[in-house]
Every structure is written in structure tokens, then in C-alpha cells.
Design a protein around this ligand. Structure first.
Ligand code: HEC
Ligand code: HEC
Length: 416
């Protein structure tokens, strides 16, 4: 074993330790106590970002941070799932199945149409195989029957989908892609433990939308689930730039939304939430962040972009569209140097203003990445297509663009 102190005078280790300290601080500890030292040491010994990212992948897909306390003990979702969520119902609220988790016999039966998709027992069988993206179940034999006794959720629920290569909703995992079919509000509304008023609010959100502040401030106005890819180099996360690091927001979601065991504190929101008596979140944040930083935005499928139109569209973007004034640099955002007042978002004024509910009260210029993949656009999803988006900018900012320029601009955006 290499003792970290013995290696500390080599350059590589020094850099690794610096990186580790940065990561440890980003995970929210930031203190100079032993925990943060341990994390620094651990991270330095992790040898490289690749292995850290590999751990992060597992966390992203399978880690519940102990949030069964919320989804099982409080919301009793395991009861609903095992009694009334058959696979067709699960697909209808946007859940996806990882084909690589299915044994060949099951794949053959699915292909032959002999699997009962109207039976909740099939859902339980899929959960036992760890095949449902973002849902982690514990299945035990009770009176000889496979029974779902616990359920929790993971990051993969909202930020991954499948390529449908086996069948609709069944395919290979695409981590970091937002699941815009997912209807988190409708899923939570299945809980027997919440009031009719609350169910109405949750059912109003719709697919691809989630309000990550609803249970904090009581308001109900969801935002589009964004990609968790293409964030390397962007030091401002969320629509409102609440944190400088992905880990800031991961801690927020893990604790305040997923119900994981740990602490989130944010003086700007006068918020301090602690779930449970142990911390199952902090130690996982550096790896989780490394994994997300390793996820590149997917390029537009070959042949899907008209290259000549895109080239003309770039001239509109840089010229009369004035887009590059805010969507600047290789990441197409000025987020690393500035945030914008609410009026700089073309979807404001809105009621309630999403910015007003955030820590910064501002908007970040959204980095443009994989746009072809994740319509609708803007935090409220008000632009259904890239052409709609061009029309909205044209009208709101009085750009005087022609229909042809807007079509070209859309092709360019699709190519980014
Ligand atoms: C219930 C759905 C849901 C779950 C579960 C969830 N997220 Fe998110 N995530 C969202 C929504 C909605 C936003 C947009 C919030 C905002 O920007 O204000 C978001 C924002 C993000 C962002 C910021 C993206 C950007 O452009 O800056 C990242 C990164 C992210 N989530 C990663 C994660 C990770 C990692 C986990 C697990 C710890 C997780 N999310 C769990 C819905 C979810
Ligand atoms: C004054 C700064 C500014 C200018 C100029 C600007 N944008 Fe934006 N852009 C933003 C901000 C801020 C957001 C986030 C808005 C929101 O979601 O509320 C955004 C969001 C977007 C999005 C949504 C991305 C997503 O993933 O949802 C696209 C696409 C976009 N802008 C393209 C453009 C184009 C094309 C132009 C030129 C016609 C342009 N922008 C001009 C600041 C700007």
C-alpha cells in the first residue's frame, strides 16, 4: 500500500490530492475535519478519474442513499407496485427496462409474447432482476411468493432512458439522457399515503416534468428534466446556477427530493434538512460527480442534420440572432462568468417565477448540448421544437429574422 504522505512529493499525487480536496469540498463537506481528510486520501488512492467514474456509474444507477425511508416507509410505494402496477402501467408512466439485465429465457418469452404484461407479479420479477431503470426493489419470499418488501429510487430514474433496441421501452441504458417520458408526478401520486389535493397537484405536472422545489416551498410549477450529460467545464449547475459543482445539486436532490439519508444545508434558501442519523450521501458525491462529468452529449444521428442549412444557421446564431452574446464559447454558455436576471429568460415573466424560488434568483444561460435529443426547451418546456424556440426568440427580442433564417438556425442548434 502506498501511504499518501510518502507519495506526496511526487507531482502526480500532489495533483491527485488537490483534485481530491476540490472534490471533497464540492461534496459539501468543505471542512478541515478528519472526514474531509479521509475523503481526500481515499480519492487520491482511487488512482484515476476512470475508476472513480466507474464507481460513480454504479451509484448513479443503483444507489438509493437509504431513500427507502421515503418511498417504502412513508409513501408505501412497494404496496402499490406489488398490487397494481403491471408492466403496461409502468410503461405508461415512463418507466424503462434494461435489456442487459434480462436472462435469455425472459427475452425469448418477451419476444414470443408469452410474458404477462398485465400482472404486477411481472413487475416484481423485473425489479428482482434489477431491470427497471431508477427503481431499486427488495424482493423476498413470503409464503412461497416473491414479494416486494422495499423500494427506493436512484438518479437513473429521471436521468436515464433506453434505446428501445429490444422493444419500445426495453433496451440498452443511456445514462445521462433525461427520461422525458417519465411522469414523476403521476408516479408519486400512486402513493396511498398522500392527500387528494396533493395528488391533483402532482398529476398536473405531466411527462418529462418535475418540480424539485414543490416539497420545499409548497408551490407547484414543474421544470423540464434536463440532461445530466455534457456538463464537463460548466461550473454552474441547474437552470438557475444554484451550485458551482454538480455535487452541490446532487446532494440537494439526494437528500431533499429522493429522501436519502444525509444533510443538505443552504443558507440562501434558509434551508437545512437532515434525514436519518447516518450520512449515506456525502461519501458518494465525488464518484457520482466524476461519472456525470464523463458523460458526453450524444451527437445528432448521422444524416439527421442538413449540413448546408446548419452552416447558414451558424451565421444567424453568431450574427443577427445575437445568440452568441450569451451562448458563448465552446460550451455555448457564459455561465462560468455570469448569471442573468430573470428578464433575460425569454419565458419570463412566469408565475411563479422559477428563478424566484431558487438560491440565486437568476438564470444560467443553458449550455447547448445534445439539443436534438431533449425537446422540449427552456426550463418550463414552452418551446416544443427548435423552430418554436427560434420563433420565440425572434418575437421576444425583435430580431427580425426571416422564416428561412429560423429554419437554418434550428438545423444549426440540432447539430450542436
Ligand atoms: C424525480 C426526478 C429526478 C431525480 C430522481 C433526480 N433528478 Fe436531477 N434533476 C431533475 C430536475 C427536474 C432538474 C432541474 C432542476 C433545475 O435545474 O432547477 C435536475 C437537475 C439535475 C442536474 C443539473 C443539470 C444542469 O444542466 O445543470 C444534474 C447534474 C442532475 N439533476 C443530476 C442528478 C443526479 C446525479 C441525481 C441522483 C442523485 C438526480 N439528478 C436525481 C430531476 C431529477
Ligand atoms: C441574454 C442572453 C441570451 C441570449 C441573447 C440568448 N439566450 Fe438562449 N438562453 C438564455 C437563458 C438565460 C436560457 C435559459 C432560459 C430558461 O430556461 O428560462 C436560454 C435557453 C436557451 C435554450 C434552451 C436549451 C435547453 O436545453 O432547454 C436554447 C436552445 C437557446 N437558449 C438558444 C438560443 C438562441 C438560438 C439564441 C439566439 C436567437 C439565444 N438562445 C439567445 C440566454 C440567452
Amino acid at each position: 500500500m502506498n501511504h499518501p504522505l510518502r507519495r506526496s512529493n511526487t507531482r502526480l499525487t500532489g495533483a491527485a490530492i488537490t483534485a481530491a480536496v476540490v472534490l471533497a469540498a464540492a461534496c459539501g463537506g468543505g471542512s478541515s475535519d478528519n472526514t474531509s481528510m479521509d475523503q481526500a486520501t481515499e480519492t487520491a488512492q482511487a488512482r484515476n478519474q476512470t475508476s472513480l467514474a466507474a464507481q460513480g456509474r454504479h451509484i448513479f444507477r443503483f444507489e438509493t442513499f437509504g431513500d427507502e425511508a421515503k418511498w417504502t416507509d412513508a409513501l408505501r410505494m412497494h404496496e402499490v407496485i406489488r398490487t397494481s402496477v403491471d408492466p403496461l402501467t409502468a410503461f405508461s408512466v415512463g418507466l424503462k427496462v434494461d435489456v442487459d439485465a434480462l436472462p435469455d429465457t425472459l427475452k425469448a418469452a418477451l419476444a414470443a409474447g408469452t410474458v404477462d404484461l398485465h400482472s404486477p407479479a411481472t413487475t416484481v420479477a423485473l425489479l428482482k432482476l434489477d431491470a427497471v431503470l431508477g427503481i431499486k426493489g427488495a424482493v423476498e419470499t413470503v409464503n412461497g411468493v416473491d414479494t416486494l418488501t422495499k423500494v427506493g429510487i436512484t438518479c437513473a430514474l429521471c436521468h436515464s432512458t433506453v434505446d428501445n433496441s429490444f422493444a419500445p421501452n426495453i433496451g440498452k441504458r443511456l445514462d445521462g439522457w433525461p427520461n422525458l417520458d417519465l411522469n414523476p408526478g403521476a408516479i408519486i401520486a400512486l402513493s396511498p399515503a398522500i392527500s387528494p389535493t396533493e395528488k391533483t397537484a402532482l398529476n398536473s405536472w405531466g411527462p418529462g416534468m418535475y418540480d424539485p422545489r414543490h416539497n420545499i416551498d409548497g408551490l407547484s410549477k414543474p421544470v423540464v428534466i434536463p440532461p445530466a450529460y455534457g456538463l464537463a467545464g460548466v461550473h454552474s449547475v441547474t437552470y438557475t446556477g444554484d451550485g458551482n459543482e454538480i455535487a452541490y445539486w446532487n446532494r440537494y436532490v439526494a437528500v431533499t427530493q429522493m429522501g436519502g439519508l444525509g444533510t443538505f444545508t443552504e443558507p440562501r434558501l434558509n434551508l437545512s434538512i437532515t434525514n436519518g442519523t447516518v450520512d449515506l450521501v456525502s461519501s458518494k458525491l465525488p464518484a457520482l460527480q466524476a461519472y456525470q462529468l464523463s458523460l458526453n452529449a450524444p451527437p445528432a444521428p448521422a444524416g439527421s442534420v442538413d449540413a448546408a442549412a446548419a452552416a447558414r444557421g451558424k451565421l444567424v446564431f453568431d450574427g443577427p440572432g445575437q445568440c452568441a452574446t450569451c451562448h458563448s464559447g465552446t460550451l455555448f454558455t457564459d455561465a462560468n462568468s455570469t448569471l442573468h436576471p430573470p428578464a433575460d429568460s425569454v419565458v419570463e415573466p412566469e408565475t411563479p417565477s422559477y428563478a424566484s424560488r431558487s438560491a440565486t434568483k437568476m438564470y444560467r444561460t443553458t449550455p447547448l448540448r445534445g439539443l436534438w435529443q431533449h425537446a422540449p426547451y427552456f426550463h418550463d418546456g414552452s418551446a416544443a421544437t427548435l423552430e418554436d424556440l427560434g420563433n420565440i426568440y425572434n418575437a421576444k427580442r425583435s430580431l427580425g429574422l426571416t422564416p428561412q433564417q429560423i429554419t437554418d438556425l434550428a438545423q444549426y442548434l440540432k447539430s450542436l
